[in-house]
Design a protein around this ligand. Structure first.
Ligand SMILES: [Zn+2]
Length: 464
């Protein structure tokens, strides 16, 4: 077997990066200049219809920056009590902090929800099929007749910008921004530096969304942070999952050693992301942008490190034979609970960790914060007006049968008829979701609610 050295890791990453670049070019096309033309044509057609729903007579005057960090788990944030000081900068931020339930445990539908205010079954950007095998040919595009926040703001003459280190985020909302880039596997520092350069060139109000790939496999932070909380052992495929995707390998000393080092690498990388966010915040301060910019930091979904490997292996079908690693495959909290931070002028400075909010709430909240009057029936609501308890949905898994979750305060319902699973978790007594409760009566009630929440609606936009 080949000995794993720094050089071998670097070489593997290089090969992978090259592969992804070629893949992205073939799949998504290298020339995105045509995207801008398509975007502008669409925007022209859109205006008259949008006027039925939005009052364009008074203009918003604040900039908006949305930063999404791929694979960022809520429980690894240090202000949530995590053992390592992973996020001193996020902790220091004075703004609004809450736990956000991702609308889906993977990038493509979750990003579309964050930018439209609709659940996946309504916005349409989902993976189709009964027995899902993450077959990318089964991706459905975001519905043409739904506008993203970037498009709404573009109609108010905002400049709009998007850059992603992950191709599926780019693809999810392609042609919905003036300027849209795919910077596959580019680190957070480069993406935010580029955003800074773009911001410096803006004379008008702007909306920018960047999606950071650093916590997503292959995970490889810069040298200064690689061993931040302790030296990460150079174990085979540590930037991925080693040989530990399958349940039969998930035991013994080697597995424990791998798991420990993998978590260390994730935390070191998170510390790097926190550092880069701090640099970016300093840039906003230096440029005098803090007083007229709303900054939202959140994630598309989390990441699993064998948290529910046993339950998954025992109850959920997955043709790969994997359990407990990565994302997209389940709706346990390590995958759907992510942090939400909103800061800016007039934003309440408080933490509401016991009031879960949803990815579909971001757009309606920002519309209100910007003072935009509208009669759009979003799936989400303004976070600051949301009750403590309401039904929040997560859906569209990518391996095996469809799994859905409904969260209601501290109660959570997990439903996968294909796997014969209808479980209730009481998150107050069982925050790690290790003890599923079988309660037929309560399940019936949740199934009824679920069918209402997911029945789909005629979405208001009739644009093209
Ligand atoms: Zn993602």
């Amino acid at each position: 077997m080949e000995k794993i050295t720094d050089q071998v890791i670097k070489r593997n990453l290089k090969v992978y990066k090259l592969f992804r670049k070629v893949y992205d070019r073939v799949k998504f096309g290298a020339n995105t200049s045509k995207d801008r033309v398509t975007f502008e044509q669409r925007l022209k057609k859109t205006k008259r219809f949008a006027e039925k729903f939005i009052d364009f007579s008074s203009k918003p005057d604040k900039n908006v920056i949305l930063i999404t960090v791929d694979c960022l788990r809520n429980d690894h944030i240090s202000y949530n009590g995590y053992q390592r000081e992973t996020t001193p900068f996020l902790k220091s931020i004075r703004g609004y902090k809450a736990s956000l339930i991702a609308t889906s445990p993977w990038t493509y539908p979750a990003i579309a929800s964050l930018l439209t205010g609709f659940y996946p079954h309504n916005h349409g950007a989902v993976l189709e099929g009964e027995d899902r095998k993450f077959d990318l040919s089964k991706l459905k595009p975001l519905k043409e007749n739904i506008l993203t926040l970037s498009e709404i703001l573009a109609l108010f003459d905002y400049a709009t910008y998007f850059n992603s280190g992950i191709d599926l985020a780019f693809l999810s909302v392609r042609r919905r921004f003036h300027e849209q880039r795919l910077s596959s596997l580019t680190d957070a520092e480069s993406i935010l530096n580029e955003l800074e350069r773009w911001i410096k060139n803006q004379d008008n109000n702007f909306f920018a969304h960047v999606h950071l790939k650093d916590l997503h496999e292959p995970i490889s932070p810069p040298n200064e942070f690689y061993n931040y909380f302790g030296e990460v052992k150079k174990l085979p495929k540590i930037e991925y999952w080693g040989e530990f995707q399958k349940p039969e390998n998930q035991k013994g000393g080697k597995f424990e050693e791998f798991r420990e080092n993998k978590l260390l690498l994730y935390d070191n990388t998170l510390r790097y992301v926190d550092y880069v966010l701090e640099q970016f915040h300093t840039f906003l301060e230096d440029k005098g942008l803090i007083d007229n910019t709303i900054l939202v930091i959140t994630a598309d979904h989390g990441e699993e490190f064998w948290d529910h490997a046993e339950l998954e292996a025992g109850y959920f079908y997955d043709v790969r034979g994997y359990a407990g690693v990565g994302h997209g495959h389940s709706v346990f909290n390590e995958l759907i609970e992510v942090p939400l931070i909103i800061m800016g002028p007039d934003i309440p400075k408080k933490r509401e960790e016991d009031k879960p909010v949803s990815g579909v709430d971001i757009v309606p909240t920002l519309m209100d914060l910007l003072g935009i009057q509208h009669n759009i029936l979003f799936d989400g609501i303004n976070i600051f007006k949301a009750p403590k308890k309401r039904l929040i949905l997560s859906e569209n898994t990518i391996h095996g049968h469809e799994k859905k979750a409904l969260v209601y305060g501290k109660l959570k319902f997990m439903y996968s008829p294909g796997d014969n699973v209808a479980w209730i978790f009481n998150l107050k007594n069982d925050p790690n979701e290790q003890n599923p409760i079988i309660d037929e009566e309560l399940s019936e009630m949740f199934i009824e609610k679920l069918s209402k929440v997911t029945s789909g609606k005629m979405v208001f936009w009739r644009v093209i």
